[in-house]
Design a protein. Structure first.
Length: 422
């Protein structure tokens, strides 16, 4: 019996079926490759966000971007872990101008606002206070994401995927080519970035450092300073703006509140316009008191977080200034600013004598010495330790602490195992 072969019609049908299967397989493979590229690009976007955060951690909370004076934002592409996406096209990296390190006050943790905004059609929302934007040109290798600049803010517009004939971005490397929109964008809000930097308990928050004011005496010259730290300081002509609420009328009793650029207003600071708050690094309280009593003072300080609006950081602290009668404390003549001698009358102690810098006691270049007696001037401070290696800190003392303790006004104060005694 002879074997029967395939007819031409049967062979043609088989070839057609094989062709269809090969075509379907090629299409599936293409889709799988495209999906792999999308996933790789999204992973690279997240890795690049972490890379920028890492650089900010090493750079005092600032992003070391490259400044372009013609735009209100900086370029951060040089910080990326992966410079290109899965289609081998460079990422575009933008950082809000306020947190780039070429600005005078770029601290991320102290910031409340930025001028960078994202309009995202995917969730039909506008997102303000954006810190960072990363853009991939997508499979068409055409960067299309629109960046609209004004004098006060930068808006990054993200249309819906597949939006036809779209391309609002152009440069010498990426000329205008309207196509179906397929960019991949990852943006990071300021609050998200602060969370990544663990800013919740940051020491960069604006705050007043003083916890008390030194005593004064009727008829004796008085002087004290109120210090602030953190926030977003002004770059020059005074770091902060100040205001004082004086409900007990300390100014009427001979006391002054002085700033380099004018006297702070006494009144309702919360309703006083920002421009009426004078600027200086520290607020000076001085004068010759003419009446005794306890004067409640509320000191307010605000920074330069939002130069064109009302979103500055603001802090306040209420302190009580006690003015004693002229005969109080033994009638000494130790005026504020006179050197005060601190005598150790307790156990063995050791000290480092330093200088006051912005309300902080700096002893980094000071020697550790045995504490018998130390003379402290108005711009000095000291750290007291319990061992000779100066590693077990017991107390930090400023001149104002000693002056407050010297009620006899003889410029001598005793230190007894962590406490000050006259």
């Amino acid at each position: 019996m002879k074997s029967r072969g395939f007819t031409l019609i049967e062979l043609a049908i088989i070839l057609v079926i094989l062709g269809v299967l090969v075509g379907l397989g090629a299409g599936v493979v293409g889709l799988l490759i495209q999906r792999v590229h999308y996933n790789q690009t999204r992973e690279r976007l997240e890795a690049n966000v972490e890379a920028v955060v890492g650089r900010a951690e090493l750079n005092r909370g600032c992003i070391p971007a490259v400044d372009d004076p013609s735009t209100p934002y900086g370029y951060c592409s040089s910080l990326l872990r992966n410079r290109t996406d899965a289609w081998r096209k460079d990422f575009l990296c933008l950082v809000a101008d306020e947190i780039a390190n070429y600005t005078a006050s770029c601290s991320i943790c102290a910031r409340r606002t930025t001028s960078l905004t994202v309009v995202d059609e995917m969730d039909n929302a506008t997102h303000s206070n954006i810190a960072l934007v990363l853009v991939s040109a997508g499979p068409n290798r055409n960067l299309q994401t629109a960046i609209q600049n004004t004098s006060t803010n930068t808006t990054v517009y993200i249309p819906l995927p597949g939006t036809p004939n779209f391309d609002n971005y152009t440069s010498s490397e990426d000329p205008l080519r309207p196509q179906s929109y397929d960019d991949l964008v990852r943006y990071v809000s300021l609050s998200e970035l602060k969370g990544k930097l663990r800013c919740v308990y940051s020491e960069e928050n604006l705050r007043i450092l003083n916890h008390e004011l030194p005593y004064g005496f009727v008829g004796s010259a008085y002087q004290a300073r109120v210090y602030a730290r953190g926030g977003v300081p002004y770059p020059s002509n005074g770091k902060y703006r100040w205001c004082v609420e004086d409900p007990d009328n300390a100014t009427g009793a001979g006391l002054n509140f002085l700033c380099d650029t004018g006297d702070p207003l006494s009144g309702n600071c919360s309703s006083t316009p920002e421009t009426d708050w004078p600027r200086c690094d520290q607020l000076l309280v001085n004068g010759t008191p003419s009446a005794s009593g306890n004067f409640e003072l509320t000191f307010w300080v605000r920074d330069n977080n939002d130069p064109s609006g009302g979103e500055d950081n603001i802090a306040s602290r209420t302190l009580v200034l006690t003015i004693n009668p002229a005969t109080a404390g033994g009638g000494g003549v130790c005026a504020y600013g006179s050197p005060i001698t601190l005598v150790n009358r307790g156990g063995n102690r050791y000290v480092k004598v330093g200088n006051i810098w912005g309300g902080w006691c700096s002893t980094i270049f000071s020697s550790c010495i045995a504490f018998h007696s130390v003379t402290v001037t108005s711009n000095q401070c000291l750290r007291v330790y319990q061992n000779s290696s100066c590693r077990s800190l017991e107390r930090i003392l400023f001149y104002d602490n000693l002056y407050s303790a010297d009620t006899s006004r003889d410029c001598v104060v005793s230190y007894v195992n962590g406490t000050l005694q006259d």
